[in-house]
Design a protein around this ligand. Structure first.
Ligand code: SF4
Length: 262
């Protein structure tokens, strides 16, 4: 059996139980605190700083986001839900964030612990961890973003290049794991036909069983940027039209790849 360190400690935002999002069946989602990217469109900017963060809302109320927790405490909290199942699928767990792999030790030990208790596991990752492939044996499903195919533009947009991301996606596919690619569509940042053609060409060799979802840019996180005392960097942006989303999806569909829009 996988040995794991139940005392490994991390910092999370919260845990949601009994959701049917971010993976098949019912599951718990653990939102990790801290991200090594700095996407200007981030809908949860309070999840970017590592450590505790104070938010002050317009009405003057305050909230501290982030709490320290051990692997043992997370597992103890989730175990009672294991008896619930939906459509005969066992209860699962998704690690999300922030960026789960950015707290590597906590992430890795938690995954091993969840597998020790036979939970189906998933991660939502930006794909940037150089150690990511080490965690593949403990994962059933990987959600990974592609934000841009051009390494220079990628770095300009989020502060890091995309070489590791593209490598990790390929390795996940080669390991036979379920792979769902999420592409945020951000007007003027990554919504060119050329970028989507490059994404389609890159994904084509992995098309069998692959799921792709285009995520329409939304402005739902603006109030959180304000609560952090920060200016929202994309105030001028208007969400893409449905027509634009369909046109971009078609570029990927034309390669025989299944695409959803949300
Ligand atoms: S990778 Fe995700 S959590 Fe991190 S800054 Fe970008 S959108 Fe936010």
């Amino acid at each position: 059996m996988n040995k794991y360190n139940e005392n490994a400690k991390g910092i999370i935002i919260n845990i949601k139980h009994g959701t049917s999002k971010e993976g098949p069946g019912w599951r718990s989602i653990i939102y990790f605190k801290g991200c090594n990217f700095s996407c200007p469109w981030c809908g949860s900017p309070e999840s970017i700083p590592f450590g505790k963060t104070e938010l002050t809302y317009e009405d003057g109320s305050k909230e501290i986001v982030g709490k320290e927790i051990t692997v043992k405490e997370v597992i103890q909290e989730i175990l009672p839900y294991q008896r619930f199942s939906k459509d005969n699928l066992p209860y699962g767990v998704t690690l999300s964030g922030g960026e789960p792999t950015a707290q590597w030790n906590f992430y890795f030990e938690l995954l091993k612990g969840l597998k020790y208790f036979n939970f189906p596991t998933a991660v939502e990752t930006n794909g940037s961890s150089p150690q990511f492939i080490k965690s593949l044996p403990y994962l059933d499903l990987v959600f990974c973003d592609i934000k841009h195919m051009n390494p220079t533009t990628h770095k300009k947009l989020v502060g890091k290049e995309n070489k590791q991301v593209l490598y990790n996606i390929k390795k996940t596919y080669e390991a036979g794991k379920d792979l769902w690619i999420e592409i945020p569509v951000i007007p003027g940042c990554n919504d060119s036909e050329e970028n989507f053609q490059d994404i389609a060409d890159y994904l084509f060799p992995m098309k069998d069983g692959l799921k792709v979802e285009l995520l329409k840019y939304g402005r739902h996180g603006i109030y959180k940027w304000k609560a952090l005392g920060k200016d929202y960097p994309l105030l001028h942006l208007i969400p893409p039209s449905n027509r634009k989303m369909i046109a971009l999806a078609k570029i990927i569909k034309n390669k025989g790849i299944k695409v959803d829009i949300s």
